[in-house]
Design a protein around this ligand. Structure first.
Ligand SMILES: *[C@@H]1O[C@H](CO)[C@@H](O)[C@H](O)[C@H]1NC(C)=O
Ligand SMILES: *[C@@H]1O[C@H](CO)[C@@H](O)[C@H](O)[C@H]1NC(C)=O
Ligand SMILES: *[C@@H]1O[C@H](CO)[C@@H](O)[C@H](O)[C@H]1NC(C)=O
Ligand SMILES: *[C@@H]1O[C@H](CO)[C@@H](O)[C@H](O)[C@H]1NC(C)=O
Ligand SMILES: *[C@@H]1O[C@H](CO)[C@@H](O)[C@H](O)[C@H]1NC(C)=O
Ligand SMILES: *[C@@H]1O[C@H](CO)[C@@H](O)[C@H](O)[C@H]1NC(C)=O
Length: 661
């Protein structure tokens, strides 16, 4: 170091800007070459290091046993056995018995070992003699880059032709952190807090299901009387790009899961899933039935082949002594890093050719307009529009085998979907304020490097006649309806300005029986206000002794002149359903055969899990004019199946339309 280095500074900087910006950094006036990436391979373990972080994995399994950073020897839960610290795992079945399995490699391989990058692989290969094992090959990759505070992991999973049937229920990567270090959790700008300890759940009281525990004797007395439930911290996939924890060490350390893209997840932008929770646990869930049910289980038939690259996700570490008083500093820094990772997608560094690089991807553009009034076209503003494997209208929310590519339309309905892996897709969209699902008539064929201009597309949402009345807002959630405060026996954690914390509360379903102990909800069109008078979930009534009854809501409305020879339409959009059957009757509560029934639907469990939405259902119900009368009419909505407290539906939106035009 010294004079020569200083003299050549300009030259070197110029060179680095061109080619190796990562190699050198200016520290004051001295130029320092940063540490290179190293692999230290022992018999039973391998350590990747870059002078910032050391990550140790077991050989040949690929379990992450230690992460040292910021002067801390191991950020992972050292009280846990090595198998239970950092791992990929999967829940699967053969239609009956469920099994959980960690992805354990049976062979270890160094894929790349240079100054700037290490990439290692842990493979597991199925063969037909292992008939009791999961019929899936996996290749878990871990990547460390120079000058990068953290590491990447991705998985290549594959089934070959002729392999047996299997159902995959859940597939995720999990990190469990030191519980004495990490107390502060952050999953969004508003949802950040000091969390309970795992022991607080053990000393607490289990409530109506095992995930929900009343903290009766917590270590931190401020939390006494609160409920802990990992489902409080669920988030829509579209909103889950970074979450994690901040330690209370000096200096504080942040441990963050950054999910730079949605393409490898299932169920589209509105699929909800867990993030981080008491443990301290940090997850990235790629496949699950959460807030969706059985439809999101990947069902492979006998012989069905499959291949998918899942990830990479980035485990980001940061530290800042100023965060002692304000852990949000590390959250803000993690968000900055997340934006950088999102901008860098698709990554150029993963060595596997299965991970498709940017020059092998295509782009599509267009503008989506809505024709809902038959006179003027309006832009489909702030909608979600995306490519998913070919299917029926709305099928993207249940699709779980392929890749999906989603983006938000702008105020003019214009959209650009970048970085699409080549293939044949359908184009799907949902538009806030508009019912139903858009699907483009033609298949979209994306080839490497293609740039497709679709021009102006028009969505004609379901509509048969003029609006006579409507309840709610068509936005696929029940959030605009009346959401009660939780039962008084539970203390509520208060977040600043957080919309989600209104419904992410334990026991809201119980409040229906409190508010409507004998008579069910009645909504008078014209005088009732949906934000006050329409309960957010149509649930069963608790009549004591563990017994529940079905409930019938009434919508009362006036029609001056009914054309009894015409057909009317009730547009009924549901935001969630759990083992429910919703029956609809017009002006005759007693008619045995309902005028319409959904049949038994739903398994998203969004009522118990504070989801405010699960999967979306839209029913366009034809109403013969002779079922309606001049004057006062009543629609009876009966949720007919009542065996437990979590059953029911959430409405998204209801609209009565006049005679067919
Ligand atoms: C630490 O946080 C403070 C306050 O936000 C900021 O000014 C400073 O640049 C941060 N330091 C590092 C090393 O990021
Ligand atoms: C929006 O899309 C339309 C149709 O593709 C195009 O004509 C128009 O220029 C776009 N507007 C903007 C602001 O990009
Ligand atoms: C509660 O249910 C049990 C079992 O069905 C029955 O024996 C008991 O009489 C019921 N109690 C009340 C108060 O209804
Ligand atoms: C409703 O009132 C109009 C106008 O008075 C009348 O023509 C029509 O027959 C009535 N319809 C029914 C179903 O009674
Ligand atoms: C109303 O619907 C019925 C059955 O769907 C159909 O047969 C009839 O033609 C419709 N009537 C009108 C006026 O559209
Ligand atoms: C419609 O209403 C009129 C007047 O109330 C009645 O005479 C006629 O039979 C009704 N038609 C049908 C199809 O119900």
């Amino acid at each position: 170091m010294g004079k020569n280095m200083q003299l050549s500074l300009l030259h070197v900087v110029e060179f680095t800007v061109v080619a190796f910006t990562l190699l050198l950094r200016v520290d004051g006036r001295r130029l320092i070459e940063t540490p290179i990436v190293r692999l230290d391979i022992q018999t039973n373990q391998v350590t990747m290091s870059n002078g910032i972080v050391n990550v140790t994995l077991s050989i040949p399994y690929g379990l992450v046993t230690s992460i040292s950073y910021g002067g801390v020897n191991n950020l992972l839960a050292t009280q846990n056995v090595e198998k239970n610290r950092g791992y990929w795992d999967i829940f699967w079945n053969r239609t009956s018995k469920r099994a959980r399995k960690k992805f354990l490699g049976n062979s270890f391989e160094v894929i790349m070992d240079t100054k700037n990058q290490a990439e290692i692989s842990f493979k597991s290969t199925w063969n037909a003699s292992q008939s009791d094992e999961l019929p899936l090959n996996s290749d878990l990759r871990f990547v460390m880059l120079r000058d990068t505070p953290g590491f990447y992991t991705y998985a290549i999973v594959e089934r070959l032709e002729g392999w047996p049937l299997v159902y995959i229920e859940n597939l995720r990567v999990v990190f469990k952190l030191q519980q004495d270090m990490f107390h502060y959790m952050a999953i969004s700008d508003e949802r950040q807090r000091i969390m309970p300890m795992p022991v607080d759940r053990e000393t607490g009281k289990v409530l109506d299901y095992k995930e929900a525990v009343l903290l009766t004797n917590p270590t931190n007395l401020d939390l006494k009387g609160e409920v802990d439930d990992k489902y409080f911290y669920a988030t829509d996939n579209k909103d889950d790009r970074v979450h994690g924890w901040v330690s209370s060490t000096n200096p504080p350390v942040g441990f963050w899961m950054i999910i730079p893209n949605d393409e490898f997840r299932t169920g589209g932008p509105n699929k909800q899933d867990l993030t981080s929770h008491v443990g301290p646990t940090v997850l990235s869930i790629f496949v699950s039935r959460h807030f969706a049910g059985d439809d999101l289980v990947i069902k492979f038939q006998q012989g069905e082949p499959w291949k998918k690259v899942i990830g990479p996700v980035f485990l980001y570490l940061n530290s800042n002594s100023s965060a002692m008083d304000n852990p949000t500093i590390l959250w803000d820094d993690a968000k900055r890093r997340m934006n950088q990772e999102v901008a860098n997608w698709p990554y150029d560094f993963p060595v596997s050719e299965e991970y498709i690089k940017s020059n092998q991807r295509g782009i599509i553009r267009g503008q989506l307009l809505v024709n809902d009034s038959t006179t003027t076209l309006i832009p489909a503003s702030n909608g979600y529009i995306g490519l998913a494997p070919p299917g029926d209208v709305g099928s993207w929310q249940r699709e779980n085998k392929g890749y999906q590519f989603w983006t938000k339309t702008d105020a003019m309905g214009n959209f650009t979907i970048e970085n699409v892996i080549s293939g044949t897709y359908n184009l799907y969209a949902t538009v806030p304020g508009i019912i139903g699902d858009y699907k483009y008539t033609f298949d979209v064929q994306v080839t490497p490097g293609s740039s497709i201009e679709l021009g102006s597309l028009v969505y004609n949402p379901p509509r048969n006649g003029a609006t006579l009345w409507e309840i709610g807002v068509p936005d696929r959630t029940a959030a605009e309806f009346f959401v009660p405060t939780p039962p008084l026996e539970f203390n509520v954690h208060v977040y600043q300005n957080n919309f989600e914390s209104i419904f992410r509360q334990y026991g809201l379903w119980k409040q229906y029986s409190v508010l409507y102990p004998e008579n069910d909800l009645v909504y008078n069109v014209g005088t009732s206000i949906y934000s006050k008078d329409w309960f957010f979930a149509h649930v069963t009534r608790n009549i004591g002794n563990n017994t529940y009854t079905s409930t019938t809501w009434k919508i009362i409305f006036n029609l001056e002149i009914v054309d009894n020879a015409s057909n009317y339409t009730l547009q009924m959009a549901l935001a969630a359903a759990q083992r429910a059957e919703l029956q609809v009757r017009f002006n005759d509560e007693k008619v045995v055969e309902p005028h319409f029934t959904t049949g038994k639907i739903g398994g998203d469990n969004a009522i118990a899990r504070h989801g405010i939405h699960g999967l979306y259902f839209l029913y366009s119900i034809e109403v013969k004019g002779n079922l309606l009368v001049n004057g006062t009419n009543t629609i009876f909505l009966t949720q007919a199946i009542a065996t437990n407290p979590f059953q029911g539906v959430m409405y998204d939106y209801l609209r009565l339309e006049g005679p067919h035009q």
